[in-house]
Design a protein around this ligand. Sequence first.
Ligand code: AMP
Ligand code: MG
Length: 352
Amino acid sequence: MRRPLPDVLPIRWPEGLPSPPAETEQALDRAARVLVDGGLVAVPTETVYGLAARADDPVAVGKIFAAKGRPSTNPLIVHVADTPMARRLAAAWPDAASEIAARLWPGPVTVVVPRGRSIPDEVTAGGSTVALRCPEHRLTRRLIEKAGVPLAAPSANRSLAVSPTTAAHVLESLGNRIDLILDGGPCTRGIESTVVDCTSVPPCILRPGPISREQLETLLGQPVVLAPEPTDARQSGSAARSPGMHARHYAPKTPLVLSATAATHVADLLAAGKRVGWLTTAPDAAEPRRLSASRDLLVIPMPADPDSFAARLYATLHALDKRELATIVVDEPPDTDAWRAVRDRLTRAARR
Ligand code: AMP
Ligand code: MG
């Protein structure tokens, strides 16, 4: 069924203003009505754009899976306006969740806790836990308050593709499959939230993200473990616990290679007559400078600090997908806690 393209409504909330400008309030009111009526709205958050539906309505939640082409076995994160709203959705509130909510919310970290009765099966893929997050983005929280219901919201892209960090990315990926897009500008964090399972002892990071393991350990005063590296659920035949756990995910259409010897890789590809994009944190080193004499090479300078790298990563991949390259080569980032989330996304993007 063909639908018209959704309206894209700009929203903003300049620092220092006690409430958003009138046009933004009107846009949020309209979005809240669409959500309350069971529709789909793409919303900016500090991590990536989310595709939101009211989390308490199985029919509305079902539309998210249909629009994304997402397998129903993959649970969704429920976004809340504050901690009291989160607690109402949980059957229990473990100490780790309590600490994380008190110290890191609103923020880019999701807690997995025992599921309360108001959460439908569709949200949790039938599981006994629910993932909850209170976003840092003030306009996202204001929208949730206006809607008056928690919002289930995975990334606003077709399943397994690169997540959107601008409204334009959402329009390209989901276009006429959704009802409305709120455009709050580029996402500041640029990668998905850290997901922490607070039902296990010690707490377990199911998906690395902007809040690092080190930060969580310091905050919780106890060890925090990392879930094992991805194995391909499709190959092993077992159901994926979540989309972030798919071995291949976050992938551009152009093949991506993660390499500790990127210069050699790039040189070989150029010698074979291929067009190459090279994401490097050292664009001024000898090799990139020498190789960039080739018209078939696009050297993309990337920030050397992991948070800035993350903020720019998806927008860079979206842009390179339009350049008709044979391969995107990326310098392998250091194997350290600070780079964990970026390494995770790049590793999955590189899987074929
Ligand atoms: P996305 O919606 O694309 O940001 O991905 C949602 C992420 O939420 C997945 O990668 C999971 O790690 C996580 N998630 C959501 N619900 C649960 C749950 N009940 N148990 C474990 N992980 C969950
Ligand atoms: Mg996603």
